[in-house]
Design a protein around this ligand. Structure first.
Ligand SMILES: [Mg+2]
Length: 275
């Protein structure tokens, strides 16, 4: 039974700049068996090439096309909504490059959209400019709503924190494209050419990776090397199909069994022969 995978990165493949044990073997196995897969990230800062370079430096044999970021999802979404549109952009290279690649222009006056990603160059002046644009009718779009992001030195505020400031000031609710939005996962499945029920999502975060998978009908595997502890699971009304300690303990047979589950047809109830 063939299928594909979507793999979250932070907390699944690496933590900070450290590769998680077994991740390299797992990824090599996917490549050797020609299994279609994408690394998915809700970090909008880097381009897919930047992310691929980071993974190669960590020892993973990946190419640019293996990467799918929330910046790409946002830019593709916007280009379908408003082909050739304009955006005022709070974010960095990954977001701007994706918008340009999808036919958008970055402007600092009268944009169709205010698009918010993460970065370390945010200024109050940008927030002020964005607020006035939103109040004048620009639509507010977030690459993701993650409240914070882990770094080597601890947490930093995430895109969701910046978006919350603009939402509070404007009274306008943002539309978010990144995980757990079904749009991002659906587009990633299209990218590998498979329907959601033939795809397994591997992630460490219940509220993004697993929730998005459950909502769109993907199979899901939770790894415990990131943000979720076993004792946290009781608070969610949804659960993954499988829980493993780490990606190093995720065997290929289990993944194939989930693909098979997607295609299985329930047997007809047995008929009772008349005596
Ligand atoms: Mg993660």
């Amino acid at each position: 039974m063939n299928g594909g995978l979507l793999l979250d990165m932070d907390g699944v493949i690496y933590r900070g700049s450290e590769l998680i044990e077994g991740a390299a073997v797992f990824v090599r196995t996917l490549i050797e068996h020609d299994v279609p897969f994408r690394f998915l990230t809700n970090n909008s800062q880097r381009t897919r090439r930047d992310v691929a370079t980071k993974l190669r430096r960590l020892g993973l044999p990946v190419e640019d096309h293996h990467i799918y970021t929330c910046s790409m999802a946002t830019a593709r979404f916007l280009s379908r909504q408003t082909p050739g549109g304009t955006a005022y952009c709070i974010g960095e290279g990954g977001l701007m490059t994706a918008l340009h690649h999808n036919g958008f222009s970055i402007v600092d006056k009268d944009p169709d959209y205010v698009v918010v990603g993460e970065g370390r160059t945010l200024s109050f002046e940008q927030i002020e400019t964005a607020l006035r644009m939103i109040l004048a009718g620009a639509r507010l779009v977030a690459t993701n709503l993650d409240p914070n992001c882990p770094t080597d030195k601890g947490m930093r505020p995430g895109c969701g924190a910046t978006v919350a400031m603009l939402e509070t000031a404007s009274g306008v609710k943002a539309f978010s494209v990144g995980k757990p939005s079904p749009w991002m996962l659906s587009d990633a499945c299209s990218d590998i050419g498979l329907p959601p029920e033939r795809v397994v999502m591997v992630g460490d975060t219940m509220t993004t990776d697993i929730l998005g998978a459950v909502q769109l009908g993907l199979h899901s595997v939770l790894v415990l090397t990131g943000s979720t502890r076993p004792e946290d699971l009781g608070q969610y009304a949804y659960k993954p199909d499988l829980i493993v300690d780490s990606i190093g303990h995720l065997d290929f047979e289990s993944v194939a069994a989930l693909w098979g589950k997607g295609m299985r047809i329930s047997p007809e109830p047995e008929t009772v022969e008349a005596a």
